[in-house]
Write a protein that binds this ligand. Structure first.
Ligand code: NDP
Ligand code: MG
Length: 384
C-alpha cells in the first residue's frame, strides 16, 4: 500500500482550514493528519482535534493553552502554544505537506521553516509571497521544495500549465469577480458600510480577504503572488473582471493559444488539487451546468475607482520591500475598517500614503522584511 501523506494545516479553524479538513476527511486512506493550528478559536480547535485525532495542535493565543491542554489531555494529543510553536511543528518528520491557511504576515515565518525542513507547501497564505516572494522562491529552489497554489486563480494557472511546463507563458489573465462594489463610482464608495463590504457575491471567505476582494486589493496581492509562483514580469500579468466566477483564470502561450480552467466556485477543488497533484481524485462536488450560466461576461476593472490594483503593480515594479510595506499597511487598514475606525475608501488612501511615504530596501534580507512590516504598521497607527 502507498504510504499516507502527512499533512499539517496551519490555520485549521479558518475558512480554508475547515474546507481542507472536509477534503482530508473524504480520503482517510490517502492523508494522515498530523498537525492542526488555530489563532484564538480554542473551542473549534478542540472539536477538530477530537474528531480528527492529529498528533499535535498549536493554539497561538497563549492565554488559551490550558483550556486546550485540559480538553485534549485524555486524547493523547500534544498541545503547544504561541507563534514560535508554529515554526517547530512544521518541521516534524511525519509531516510531508504544510497547508498554509493562516491569514496575513503571520504565515511568513512558519513557511520559511517548513521550506527549510524540505516540506512541500500547499500555499493559501498569499501574503507570504507578497511580503517576501523573492526570499521564499529562492529558498524553495535551493531546497528543492515545491509550492503548490491553493488560491483558485493560481490553481487555475497551474492546472493550465500541466503538460506545458517547457512552453513559455506569454501572458496570464487573472479573473476577478469585481466584488460587491463592482460598477460603483468613487462617490458611491464614500458611503458603503462594513456590512455591505462583507457580502461577497460568489465566495464565502474569512473577513480580511473578503474586504480585500471588495477593495480589489485581493487581486493586487494575487498579481504579486502570480509573479513569484510563475516567474513572470508585471507586463505579463493582466486582470479581467468576470462576475460569474466560473473561469478561474487563463494562460496565453506564445502561439497565441489561450487555456482556461473553469468550474463552479468552490475552494475545496483547488485545496484538493494542491494536496493530490499530480492526481485528480474523484469528488461528489456539484457539477457545472451550462444552462445555469447562459452568459459568461468579461470587463475591465475600473482602476480610477479601485486604486489598490495600481498600488500593487507599483509595489511589484518597485521591488525590494515595497510589496511588504503595502501588505502591512493594508493589513492594518483593513483591521481598522473591520473595527469601524475608518471608512472603506480610507483603506486605499492609507495604503497609498504609507507605500509612497516609505523608503524602500532593495535586495532585502529576512530582517529587512521584518523591519519594513513593523515600520509600515507604526505609520498606519500614526495616520489613524
Ligand atoms: P480566516 O480568517 O477564515 O482563517 C484564518 C486562520 O488563521 C484561522 O484559523 C485563524 O485562527 C488563524 N490565524 C489568524 N491570525 C493568526 C495569527 N496571527 N497566528 C496564527 N494563526 C492565525 O482566513 P481564510 O481561511 O479566509 O484565509 C486564509 C488564507 O488563505 C489567507 O491568506 C487568504 O488570503 C487565503 N485565501 C483564502 C480564500 C478563501 O476562500 N477563504 C481563497 C484564496 C486564498 P482563529 O480563527 O482560531 O483565530
Ligand atoms: Mg483568489
Amino acid at each position: 500500500m502507498q504510504e499516507k501523506k502527512g499533512i499539517a494545516i496551519l490555520g485549521s479553524t479558518g475558512s480554508i482550514g475547515t474546507q481542507a479538513l472536509e477534503v482530508l476527511a473524504a480520503y482517510p486512506e490517502y492523508f494522515d493528519l498530523q498537525v492542526l493550528t488555530a489563532g484564538k478559536n480554542a473551542d473549534l480547535l478542540i472539536e477538530q482535534a477530537l474528531k480528527f485525532q492529529p498528533n499535535t495542535v498549536v493554539i497561538t493565543d497563549e492565554s488559551q493553552y490550558q483550556k486546550v491542554k485540559d480538553a485534549l489531555w485524555a486524547a493523547d494529543i500534544h498541545v503547544y502554544a504561541g507563534q514560535e510553536a508554529l515554526c517547530q511543528v512544521v518541521e516534524s518528520n511525519e509531516v510531508h505537506t504544510v497547508l498554509t491557511a493562516l491569514v496575513g504576515y503571520a504565515g511568513l515565518k512558519p513557511t520559511i521553516h517548513a521550506i527549510e525542513a524540505g516540506k512541500t507547501i500547499a500555499l493559501a497564505n498569499k501574503e507570504t509571497l507578497v511580503v517576501a516572494g523573492e526570499l521564499i522562491t529562492q529558498l524553495a529552489k535551493e531546497k528543492g521544495v515545491n509550492i503548490y497554489p491553493v488560491d483558485s486563480e493560481h490553481s487555475a494557472i497551474f492546472q493550465c500549465l500541466v503538460g506545458e511546463f517547457h512552453n513559455p507563458i506569454e501572458k496570464i489573465y487573472l479573473t476577478a469577480s469585481g466584488g460587491p462594489f463592482r460598477g460603483y463610482s468613487l462617490e458611491q464608495l464614500k458611503s458603503v458600510t462594513l456590512e455591505q463590504a462583507l457580502k461577497h457575491p460568489n465566495w464565502s471567505m474569512g473577513a480580511k480577504i473578503t474586504i480585500d476582494s471588495a477593495s480589489l486589493m485581493n487581486k493586487g496581492l494575487e498579481v504579486i503572488e502570480a509573479k513569484w509562483l510563475f516567474g513572470l514580469e508585471p507586463e505579463q500579468i493582466d486582470v479581467i473582471v468576470h462576475p460569474q466566477s466560473i473561469v478561474h483564470s487563463l494562460v496565453q502561450f506564445e502561439d497565441g493559444s489561450l487555456k482556461a480552467q473553469m468550474g463552479l466556485p468552490d475552494m475545496k477543488l483547488p485545496i484538493q488539487f494542491a494536496l493530490t497533484y499530480p492526481s485528480r481524485f474523484r469528488t461528489d462536488f456539484p457539477r457545472f451546468n451550462f444552462m445555469d450560466y447562459p452568459q459568461l461576461t468579461f470587463e475591465q476593472p475600473d482602476r480610477s475607482v479601485f486604486k489598490n490594483l495600481d498600488l500593487a503593480y507599483q509595489a511589484m515594479t518597485a521591488k525590494g520591500t515595497a510589496a511588504c510595506v503595502l501588505n502591512a499597511a493594508n493589513e492594518e487598514a483593513v483591521a481598522a475598517f473591520l473595527a469601524k475606525r475608518i471608512s472603506f475608501l480610507e483603506i486605499g488612501q492609507l495604503n497609498s500614503d504609507v507605500l509612497n511615504g516609505t523608503e524602500l530596501v532593495l535586495n532585502p534580507q529576512y530582517e529587512d522584511y521584518v523591519h519594513a512590516d513593523q515600520n509600515a504598521r507604526v505609520k498606519v497607527a500614526a495616520l489613524l
